[in-house]
Ligand binder design. Structure first.
Ligand SMILES: Cc1ncc(COP(=O)(O)O)c(C=O)c1O
Length: 326
């Protein structure tokens, strides 16, 4: 077919800002994971209990056995397992705050067996030669997408997936209150889950190519630091936050589940939406106590690029008022 020229205009977007131009572009991170497992002779994959359920499901669909491992209160492996030739180990750079641990401990120890899940760490660079997954829609407004960086040479780029009917939540939130289009968001997520392995939609690829990632990252960093200044005194999750590159959220681990639940409720009343990582962890009877406890007590506070100092101060003040820690 000849290339189209002239005629009516498409939406006008900048070009050339995609952070991983050499990545394979899937409709979701789980699709990239499944394609990776299918392309390599992997029989078992070690995965954390503390993870969303679509990832072990993707591994099982690829015919790979899942062995779950436990974490300590720093979200690091309790025991580094002995891996066989056909084993792999997937680790999540939690909230984008475990990059040093990944580089200095896990990459050193597991190198060729390691798969990195950077779904929560869009701004963490991939380690040389280590297959790494990204899920950009957790950081910016796109309806689908998953990148696989450092995938084996044998994987083909799949054909682009669907985009028609997938913009209701994104356009709706632009013009309306978020509550009015939450059902549209859920519908799009569900459709994505049912789509199976497919390529990133063409519209998402164009949108992701147009984003100013540096400003997204800088805003997230300053929001994170502001919340940390305001909340570190009550935060029981104390990894060395130090240098971090544009985290997903500010994770605050409260003293007990009742306090966390009260804060979640107070935030919701004031229309501050806090996701739960991950509800399914609580539903799984095999989940160890520490991961269960983390799920109940940890609040993933929003620090995204739509917010600034005023919003961060409001957030911290709701929390202190609810816990009477101000
Ligand atoms: C840590 C983590 N990895 C992977 C995924 C799956 O990403 P996607 O929805 O792009 O398949 C999720 C989904 O919530 C996640 O939280």
């Amino acid at each position: 077919m000849h290339e189209a020229m002239g005629g009516y205009f498409e939406m006008e977007l900048r070009r050339g800002h995609q952070p991983f131009p050499d990545a394979l572009a899937f409709n979701s991170a789980r699709s990239g994971f499944q394609a990776l497992l299918r392309s390599r002779d992997i029989h078992r994959v070690f995965m954390p209990h503390f993870l969303c359920s679509v990832m072990p499901q993707a591994a099982r669909s690829a015919g790979v056995e899942v062995v779950e491992y436990g974490l300590n209160d720093q979200l690091e492996l309790v025991i580094l397992p002995q891996l066989g030739e056909n084993d792999a180990l997937l680790y999540v750079d939690y909230f984008g705050l475990k990059t040093h641990y990944l580089r200095n401990v896990l990459a050193e120890h597991f190198y060729a067996h390691l798969i990195v899940d950077n779904s929560q760490a869009l701004f963490a660079a991939p380690l040389d030669g280590v297959p790494t997954l990204y899920s950009p829609r957790k950081f910016v407004g796109v309806p689908d997408g998953g990148w696989l960086v450092n995938g084996p040479a044998g994987i083909e780029q799949p054909e682009p997936g669907a985009f028609v009917g997938r913009f209701d939540a994104l356009l709706g939130r632009l013009g309306d209150a978020p509550e009015a289009h939450y059902a549209d968001f859920q519908k799009t997520e569900q459709a994505l889950g049912l789509e199976g392995i497919s390529g990133m939609s063409r519209v998402t690829a164009r949108l992701l190519d147009s984003i100013d990632y540096d400003s997204v990252k800088t805003r997230r960093q300053s929001n994170f630091n502001r919340l940390h200044d305001a909340l570190s005194s009550i935060n029981r999750f104390t990894p060395a936050f130090g240098e971090h590159a544009g985290a997903l959220c500010y994770p605050v681990l409260l003293e007990n589940a009742a306090g966390a639940s009260a804060v979640r409720e107070a935030l919701l009343k004031q229309r501050v939406f806090v996701p739960c990582y991950w509800r399914e962890v609580l539903e799984n009877p095999e989940t160890p106590p520490l991961e269960r406890d983390m799920t109940e007590r940890l609040l993933a506070l929003p620090i995204d690029q739509r917010c600034g100092p005023l919003q961060m101060d409001r957030l911290a003040s709701i929390i202190h008022q609810t816990l009477r820690t101000a």
